[in-house]
Structure formats: structure tokens, C-alpha cells
Design a protein around this ligand. Structure first.
Ligand code: ZN
Length: 175
């Protein structure tokens, strides 16, 4: 449910590519014991407008600088920090920012003019880094063992390969 006053926290309401990025991001944070959780994912334009009015035509603190947000397109998500830490513990959020950088995810904390540290986003061309692809890791390993140029083979190893196709490549390498 995506009402004006309530934040939607469902990862599944993001665009498929952002969903994948967000899940990878959450997994990496978990692996590194960075205690964060999602506070908002997709936002309707009506809610974005509602938030924009806060501190302007409606009482309250300003919470957003824009009417056009990557949340409305389903490409952004916000986080906060689990208790007993402060909700927006800067050090912990910065660690999550580091994780984002490793994954090619844009962190709002890097924005010069108006940083938005709880905010993360990807664009529609985002791709999981090669290190996250187990097939790529296996190819690198086999090439190393056989003293072969890894880049020759890496290009043939896309993530969508079936297991059969993947072992076909491995067989060619070790021949
Ligand atoms: Zn945000």
C-alpha cells in the first residue's frame, strides 16, 4: 500500500533492477554486520508532492528538496539504523555508503550540494559488479590455475549462462 502519509518499505515495489541492487546491498550490509533497515522504497508522485509541501505550504521541517525524485520511478531507497543505535547514526550509515560504492550504487551522502545520507539509488543501467558473479569468480580461478589470460574468457561468461553453458566454457579453458 502506497498512501500519501505512509512510507512504502516493500523492496518488491522497486523496479526489478533496483530490487536486485537493493537486495545485494542489504546482503552485503548483513555480511558486514552493518545494522540497517529500509525505511522507504517506491514513492507515489502524490506522496512526493505531499512531502515537498512539508515546511513550505504545510507545517513541519523541510524533508525533501525536490518534487522529482528517483523514489517515484522506483529506483531509490532510504535506510535507517537499528536500535540501540541512533536512528541515523552517521558512522553506521557511512559504512553502508561504502558498501554501496563497492556495488556501484549511488549514495546520497556523496552529493555535494545537499547530501542525503539515508538515500541510495541506481539507474536503469545498473549492473551487479563482476565480483558478485560466482561464474566470473570460477573463471578467474581456473584461468589462474592454468596460467591463462583471464580477460579472453571473462567476456564469454555472462551471468545469464546456464550451468551447462558455463561448464562448456570451463572445458574449453582447461583443454
Ligand atoms: Zn531517498
Amino acid at each position: 500500500m502506497d498512501t500519501i502519509k505512509q512510507a512504502n518499505r516493500d523492496i518488491k515495489s522497486l523496479q526489478p533492477i533496483a530490487q536486485k541492487a537493493c537486495e545485494l546491498f542489504l546482503n552485503e550490509c548483513k555480511k558486514k554486520n552493518i545494522p540497517i533497515f529500509i525505511t522507504e522504497t517506491h514513492r507515489s508522485q502524490a506522496r512526493q508532492d505531499y512531502l515537498y509541501e512539508q515546511g513550505r505550504t504545510r507545517q513541519g521541517q523541510i524533508v525533501t528538496w525536490t518534487r522529482s525524485s528517483n523514489h517515484t520511478g522506483g529506483y531509490a531507497w532510504d535506510i535507517a539504523v537499528n536500535p540501540p543505535h541512533e536512528l541515523y547514526d552517521a558512522k553506521i550509515i557511512a559504512k553502508a555508503g561504502e558498501v554501496a560504492k563497492e556495488l556501484g550504487i549511488e549514495w546520497g551522502g556523496t552529493w555535494k550540494s545537499s547530501p542525503d545520507t539515508p538515500h541510495f539509488q541506481v539507474d536503469k543501467n545498473w549492473k551487479a559488479p563482476a565480483t558478485e558473479n560466482w561464474k566470473t569468480q570460477a573463471i578467474k580461478q581456473v584461468c589462474k590455475q592454468h596460467n591463462l589470460e583471464v580477460n579472453t574468457w571473462l567476456g564469454k561468461c555472462e551471468e545469464y549462462l546456464t550451468v551447462g553453458e558455463f561448464f562448456g566454457i570451463i572445458n574449453k579453458i582447461i583443454q
